[in-house]
Ligand binder design. Sequence first.
Ligand code: NAP
Length: 487
Amino acid sequence: MTLQTRISGYADPALHAEGLFIGGAWIKRGGIAVINPSTGDRLADVADATVEDAARAVDAAEAAAGEWRATPARKRSEILRRWFELMTQHAEELAMLISLENGKALPDARGEVAYAAEFFRWYAEEATRIPGEYRRTPSGSHNIMVDHEPIGIAVLITPWNFPAAMATRKIGPALAAGCTVILKPASETPLTAYAMARLGEQAGVPSGVVNVLTTSNPSSVTNAMLADPRVRKLSFTGSTGVGRHLLAEAAKSVVSCSMELGGNAPFIVFDDADLDAALDGAMIAKMRNAGEACTAANRFYVQSGIHDAFVAGLTKRMAGLKIGPGYDPETQCGPMITTNAVRKIDRLVSEAIAGGARVTTGGKPLEEGGYFYPPTVLENVPVDAAIAREEIFGPVAPVYKFDSDEEVIRLANDTEYGLAAYIYSKDLARALRVGKRLETGMLGINRGLMSDPAAPFGGVKQSGLGREGGVTGILEFMEPKYYAVDY
Ligand code: NAP
């Protein structure tokens, strides 16, 4: 079944591309199979870039760099704004494409497209407000003038779980800053990245400013680019393991790195929380993208007084979700990305059960077609189970009971990660007091969703380095230049 037949009625053929996009040219060369995780069918074959293609992409980014950094900010801004508008016009086709190659339910895919497009709108606005600084030294010796310059060619590497948003969250600020880029999307979800590159062409992005490569050999292709002295930035979103490896590789040429890595978010519910609000928030924090999100609630810590009611409410809601192909309009929980993902979830759940956890719904992979794991709730989970340490990346909610503030702070911080955390309590002072002691880059208070293009997204500890989005996100793609001035 080809992609075109699968999405007939939705797809603008002009959006479909399978070739490498280098210097404004499409280079067709099949190689990497793109699989529909809802069925296991092959959707398309995309080109497989070599190390030589990577060098050509750096050449193209270099050739375009001078003119792009000299392009007035207002003009760069207008191109990004047009790209935002085109994504919005094509939102339904992009959402269908995301559902097909990633498996996420259509409402999640629509949400992602809107979120992704907003990064272009936000950075269209920020492009014209790049900050500078001017002041006199405290000693009065001279004046300090600080300008921000584009850092140079940026390599952008993105994961499969948000194929549109993780790309725009990097391309938006990079282009606004005046950088040219090479995007390497995940092999599982390249079609969305190529469709967006098509829209970028229509928006007027000059040739070579955005290049897109897919490869079955990410390590050698990326290492070759990082070793090229013209590449000055690596912006990576993905697992902590791959992030560590890339940091070591980037160190060889002292390439600036921004790292958005894994998470292990605690979701804390205090006795005084509004139960329905906490359950609504839990469903969003756990089930957006069927749990395949770095910010997904990975550990539910629920205070003794509200614990049983919370488990009962969560079980009812999770058990009521409709499982099915992502692109089926009725679906609320789509498949996992691969069979390996299902196996990992199954291992974590089985180990937790062996350690004493009780299943209140779900608990076993579904047998028929696709890569499905049902929404699952576990209670009485040992706090030292593997499921409390590793990212589940699936629709499984392990619930742990706690008694005191001190206990939950200790448990929540007992992880190498520090990306996101959630607190539900009607006592805002208590939520802020506990929140202040949580080792996390982001905290949702009485909210199950925190992502917003206008906010700084990122983590502490081994969840990453730097921030994306917000007012400061553009500075990840700029270098301050200090002029010591006398007159
Ligand atoms: P991944 O396995 O780390 O892959 C991410 C990207 O890195 C993909 O494009 C992958 O390419 C590429 N890659 C893999 N090995 C590489 C290597 N040796 N050199 C260069 N590139 C390499 O992560 P994933 O499974 O796609 O995504 C899930 C992870 O991303 C989770 O840990 C999640 O928490 C994290 N994440 C974090 C954020 C955040 O903002 N903090 C957001 C979303 C996801 P291939 O696909 O070709 O292997």
